[in-house]
Design a protein around this ligand. Sequence first.
Ligand SMILES: *Cc1c(COP(=O)(O)O)cnc(C)c1O
Length: 634
Amino acid sequence: MESPTWTIEDSADLYGIDRWGNDYFSLNQQGQVVAKTLNTEVPLQDIINGMAERDLQMPVLVRIENILDAQLFRLNNAFREAVKQHDYQNIYRGVYPIKVNQQAQVVEEIADFGSRYGHGFEVGSKPEMIAALATLKEPNSLIICNGYKDAEFIELGLHAIKLGFLCIFVIETPTELPIIIERSQAMGIKPMIGVRVKMTTQVSGHWNTTSGDRSVFGLTTTQLINVVDSLKANQMLDCLQLLHCHLGSQIPNIRDIRRGIVEACRYYVDLNNEGAALSYIDLGGGLAVDYTGARSLDEQSRNYSLEEYCSDVVDTIKNTLDEYQVPHPTIVTESGRATVAYSSVLLFNVLDVNNFEPSHIAITEEEDHPHLIYMRNLLKELTEASVQECFNDAHFYRQEVRELFRRGQITLRTRSVAENLFLEILQAVAAMTETMEHVPTELQNLKTSLADIYYGNFSLFQSLPDIWAIDQLFPIMPVHRLDEKPTREAILADITCDCDGKIDRFIDMDKPFRETLPLHRLNDNEEYYLGVFLVGAYQETLGDLHNLFGDTNVVSVRLNNNGGFDFIKEIHGDTIADVLSYVEYDTKNVQLNYRNTAERAVQEGRINARERQQIIKAFTASLQGYTYYEKDEI
Ligand SMILES: *Cc1c(COP(=O)(O)O)cnc(C)c1O
């Protein structure tokens, strides 16, 4: 323990785990992060240890089944309570939008855990439709079909209706309607139809362009009327059963959601008056995840609870429709992010640390070079009044030294001593500004620019693409040693060593973000593990093969009631051969080419036949190996 006064509660506060953890993550008395359910808690460290026993290397994506189960329960239960509380005269039926995490295992678990509540799927393409049809078991499950639908897509849906599913085609564009009419008449199957309306309600948050006049989705009022008239002309207006709207994803402000629902209800009322047999109102996604735990209007947060969301949805629909004496429809939402975000955690080890602390370089000649003496004096004379001057002079002398080196007038060793003196001065200046009342502007970010770089065994582009693409913030923290005070400030760099492969924005309770993350000093001969939390939504399938780092290992665990857990499934990440084949290398040829190169080396006498054998064996083993940094087993 570095500081006797540091407590586990201090760590909880610092990383905000009780605010973003949603009762699924917190700290135990051993200073470890635990995953929790109602009856049990399991340290993530235990899961890491269990993986090592199974020879599964870091990084790993851990999916915790119970959390997905619990989140589906919370969503359905909160709506059930809201329906009761507001005396709403119909029910809630959720659907899960497959695009948010299409992994078979996740989709299967949702079908399984969700069957109790009749939870269905939302699909936006033929492959997603096939996945839904192959996974859903309960007849009467909803399948909401969004996206552009061709005749084949529509036939799949009509067959699904025959099998007993409530499969609804949501018309996004006028061209879909004639195909639906033609196919359903030809096949003699009555379709269920929905219409997606273009919402004018403006919504704040990152994804706000999904709504408004320029939205690429949904029908304009003219198109809507044409759909109604066309259905009427075909005696099919009774097929129009659902009104769909989607205001966007991760909507931070509940007041925007309420305004959107009122607008949707107005469409509902008038379509009802036009003679449509509407009985479902589908509000799309948008239910946000509080990634920062700040409960704010920030893009990465939300100013409402799940209970408040459900209550507001039910209450707003009821009040608006009651005004026009329209019967209450079944309420559908397509919450993806909020359903799956919590259940996945990315765990990785730290490979190395770069710090900007001065080190001692032995020097024999030029010990008393005038520039070195000037710099040592700066250090001695540093006062609060002279911080800025000292900072300026340090830069000046360093520049001079670099110039002398360039002209061959000092040695590499002398230059290195000067570089270290420079760091020593900057560290001293940074330390001094800590306690100063007014810090000169230029020095305010000094601490951040001197932060350590912790190199993590993961690829941002593969596992956390939204950090790179849209500056998404995820909670990141060590999963152990939380009874110790973290004494370092760091940014994280990934294994791609790409200048974009870094994380330098972290959650903070008091400001939009902080630029460095407090971490512990690495201990000798001990791994240091970090977790990135709430990564279950959107991260897995958006990832790419930057530097040909492939999928990570994935383990799915179920926590049981005695503080233990079971590995339900282990999925080995991509091998090097896998990722090469994704970019069209033929691995047989890859091997053959290398064998030929080795053969030539034998012929030219560089290696002997036995060495060739070993070299080829190692190459073949590498092809079958993990793409990430592997610890030697020796
Ligand atoms: C992406 C999307 C969703 C999911 O939104 P979340 O905010 O993740 O819940 C739902 N419906 C439609 C139509 C979507 O495009």
